[in-house]
Design a protein around this ligand. Structure first.
Ligand code: ZN
Ligand code: ZN
Ligand code: ZN
Length: 255
């Protein structure tokens, strides 16, 4: 199973337009973060989690020429606004793309992108998608996909577990019932927006605390803002926990 972090930046991306801080003006490519998304290849099927605002750029950068399914974590703009770029995959893969999310996310995506789903936009030029709400584990071409309920401010949204990898972006809390679904991980990808607390995202310390409780082989911090400079954060983190960078890649055993 192959996992590529397509983007690991917060909603603004890093650098932020107009910002002259040391992270935003850094020459280190690891401080250049597109909007958060992850690509997973397993059982010869390609799955992406979210369609970030930067989907087209990410697909070109990492050579993603096929998408068999999309898992949505929630409906915030940074996680959904690349949705129209799925249209290209309809052409090259010659198939409708199945998309999944929790019922509220699916309803909001259908409302926000009405032209895709309501059948009234007749002139073509829209992605061919089939979006289905899921409320529990599902089998996708022999791949077990487990939604993990997490808090995102006052929302309950989905993270996902596939095999021994779990992806928890936009996370400000993990209910106990979800913690039980995170045992035995090789790789945990977890939200860490900045050093100081935030109502909708874990801080670095909170993410580290949860990583220590979950005890995966490796923990990777994502959805990072410009407060987090890559080298400085790398030095501060304990062993086994590291900041993500765009294009970071892992090979894991298929569970
Ligand atoms: Zn986000
Ligand atoms: Zn900045
Ligand atoms: Zn969000």
């Amino acid at each position: 199973m192959r996992v590529i972090l397509l983007g690991c930046g917060t909603s603004t991306g890093v650098p932020i337009i107009g910002c002259n801080c040391s992270t935003c003006t850094s020459n280190n490519p690891r401080n250049k973060r597109t909007r958060t998304s992850v690509f997973i290849q397993t059982h010869k099927k390609n799955i992406i989690v979210d369609t970030s605002t930067d989907l087209r750029f990410q697909a070109l950068t990492y050579g993603i020429t096929r998408i068999d399914g999309v898992l949505y974590t929630h409906s915030h703009a940074d996680h959904t606004h690349g949705i129209d770029d799925l249209r290209t995959y309809n052409f090259i893969n010659k198939m409708m793309i199945p998309c999944y999310g929790d019922p509220k996310t699916v309803a909001t995506i259908k409302m926000n992108f009405r032209y895709i789903f309501d059948g009234s936009y007749a002139a073509g030029g829209k992605p061919q998608l089939e979006i289905t709400p899921i409320t529990d584990e599902m089998d996708f071409h022999g791949i077990k996909i487990t939604p993990i309920e997490i808090n995102h401010a006052d929302w309950m949204i989905y993270g996902y577990r596939i095999g021994k990898m779990a992806y928890l972006t936009d996370c400000s809390g993990i209910p106990e019932r979800s913690m039980r679904r995170l045992e035995g991980l090789d790789l945990l990808i977890i939200d860490a927006l900045r050093y100081t607390p935030h109502s909708a995202h874990f801080s670095v310390n909170q993410a580290v605390d949860y990583a220590r409780r979950i005890k995966p082989g490796i923990s990777v911090l994502t959805h990072m803002g410009h407060e987090l400079e890559y080298d400085e954060l790398s030095r501060k983190l304990p062993e086994g926990i590291m900041p993500a960078y765009d294009g970071m890649e892992f090979e894991l055993d298929e569970a």
